[in-house]
Design a protein around this ligand. Structure first.
Ligand SMILES: Cc1cc2nc3c(=O)[nH]c(=O)nc-3n(C[C@H](O)[C@H](O)[C@H](O)COP(=O)(O)OP(=O)(O)OC[C@H]3O[C@@H](n4cnc5c(N)ncnc54)[C@H](O)[C@@H]3O)c2cc1C
Ligand code: FES
Ligand code: FES
Length: 491
């Protein structure tokens, strides 16, 4: 087989790399080959943020920079992108020598901590800085700063000086210590064009087609190849379970796979649409999902991971599925040129078993638009930590209440069974009934009894059943404009 190197820009330097295996991580390459050891390894599973780097990609209007975890990104996925790391940060985009405004801000606010967490904090803030520059925005709110750093853990000191630095980095840039936060559009466009013009790479066992028909054919020819989307699940099979994956079929380079189609009756998400973009579209449609969307992992995981990957992976505690089931989502499965569609709840056959046939893949996730003003949508996630944690229980609830009566109900649940599930008996207990305390109590009892969740380190079965029932009660109280006092709920 002919090979061709992986090509990308690292800081200001063009790089050609020829990894011996497709699963060599960006972090391994940085530390072992490039000898850029400022980027650290903490957990090697996307959890701690020590390895955070920024990746720039050509976008419609120039370049777009986002923070990702280098420890679980495979090197060949960098082809045609711009990697920015803490070692080459200063002056990298603006041509200015010395510290970058983000670094200045951290020094000025005493936000620099140990050598493990600080490089990650710097790079998460750098990605925020770049997105602000490109959006022409001049301020960072406290909330934005907190959300940006949700995937950067420090167990030792405090976040306050770092948050202060985040809020002052654009001012520091404007007032002389660095360049103003504008962007040279011409330079951005030229870089995007140069990246787009790179010839394809060819890495053994890394199949990275550019067209949908090539992807379909390769999927048929290699039904056992591991489909790779964002790698936020697959990456851990390599770094934590030390699995040899064999051939990898990457969908991140297929033209059009990252498209969100906004039809009049539905939003349709292609298989490479990131969780960041997918949840932004869902929140724009359903603002009540905002808090839930922010609870999904951390920004670096959401930038790399995809909605379709979350659905295909089929974890019983995945965050997207309870909401998508409540919204009546369907998965579009493709094999060769042929497509079929399944209700999302019917896609799951058992613990991490799906209805995918050999040669088939998730071509899209279709989320119907609920008629405006008619439905109430709520989503809740219970986990031990607010940020960067997996759910013990999650519930998505869509209700159509008219004239005081529940006309229709759809409820999706996570953490309650071996797969994401639809709570049909609970829906039946609600439908056709007056929307009042008595109905909600009856439905909460139905939900309590409907599933037999497992006991594990995240939560006991009894906790899960009770908590799910109480989330339904919480939905009722919120619908009455009540701030929920936890003492009111059954213990
Ligand atoms: C630190 C950390 C925190 C996390 N937190 C959360 C969380 O809060 N909530 C949550 O739900 N998840 C969480 N996850 C899990 C993960 O981020 C999600 O499941 C993510 O959506 C997976 O998408 P991906 O694109 O990275 O999938 P990948 O890792 O690329 O693939 C996942 C699986 O799906 C298959 N696959 C991918 N795309 C397709 C397709 N189109 N067709 C068929 N098969 C496909 C792959 O072969 C693989 O089996 C977390 C992961 C990490 C590492
Ligand atoms: S090393 Fe912890 S997130 Fe990568
Ligand atoms: S982990 Fe770096 S100071 Fe706490």
């Amino acid at each position: 087989m002919t090979t061709a190197p992986v090509r990308f820009l690292h800081g200001g330097r063009w790089v050609e790399a020829s990894p011996a295996r497709p699963t060599r991580t960006v972090l391994e390459w940085l530390r072992e080959e490039a000898r850029c050891v400022g980027t650290k390894e903490g957990c090697a599973e996307g959890d701690c943020g020590a390895c955070t780097v920024a990746v720039g990609e050509p976008a419609a209007d120039g370049m777009r920079y986002r923070a990702v975890n280098a420890c679980i990104q495979f090197l060949p996925t960098l082809h045609g992108k711009h990697l920015v790391t803490v070692d080459n940060l200063h002056g990298v985009l603006e041509g200015a020598p010395g510290l970058h405004p983000v670094q200045h801000a951290l020094v000025a606010h005493h936000g620099s901590q140990c050598g493990f967490c600080t490089p990650g904090f710097v790079m998460s803030l750098f990605a925020l800085y770049e997105s602000k520059r490109r959006a022409g925005e001049t301020a960072v709110t406290r909330e934005e700063a907190i959300e940006t750093l949700a995937g950067n853990l420090c167990r030792c000191t405090g976040y306050r000086p770092i948050l202060d630095a985040a809020q002052s980095m654009l001012d520091i840039a404007r007032h002389g210590e660095g360049l103003p936060p504008g962007v040279d559009q011409g330079e951005d466009a030229a870089l995007a064009a140069a990246l787009r013009a790179l010839p394809d790479c060819a890495v053994p066992d890394f199949l990275a087609p550019r067209t949908e028909s090539d992807f379909d054919q390769l999927r048929l020819d290699h039904p056992d190849a591991c489909i790779l989307a964002g790698g936020t699940d697959v990456g851990l099979w390599v770094t934590k379970q030390h699995r040899a994956l064999g051939p990898v079929l990457y969908l991140g380079r297929v033209h059009g796979f990252d498209r969100i189609q906004a039809a009049s009756d539905a939003l349709v998400f292609g298989p490479a649409v990131s969780l960041t973009d997918a949840w932004a579209a869902l929140v724009a449609e359903y603002p009540s999902l905002r808090d839930y969307a922010q609870r999904f992992a951390s920004p670096p995981i959401r930038h790399a991971g995809t909605l379709a990957g979350n659905v295909a992976n089929g974890s019983p505690i995945g965050d997207s599925m309870p909401v998508l089931i409540a919204l009546g989502a369907q998965v579009l499965l493709q094999r060769g040129g042929a497509q079929r569609s399944l209700a999302l709840e019917d896609f799951y056959l058992g613990y991490r078993r799906t209805a995918l046939a050999p040669g088939e893949y998730v071509r899209a996730v279709r989320v119907p638009r609920l008629p405006a003003g008619q439905w109430m949508l709520r989503a809740y996630k219970l986990s031990k930590r607010r940020e960067q944690d997996i759910a013990a229980v999650a519930l998505g609830i869509a209700l159509h209440v008219a004239a005081g009566v529940v006309q229709a109900a759809r409820i999706g649940a996570g953490g309650m069974a071996a797969t994401p599930v639809r709570a049909r008996r609970t829906e039946a207990a609600l439908t056709g009934q007056p929307w009042n305390q008595a109905t909600v109590d009856a439905a909460a009892q139905a939900l309590h009894a409907e599933f037999s969740p497992i006991d594990d380190m995240r939560a006991s079965a009894a906790y899960r059943s009770l908590a799910a029932a109480n989330l339904l009660r919480r939905c009722w109280l919120e619908s009455q404009g009540r701030v929920v006092d936890l003492q009111e709920l059954p213990a």
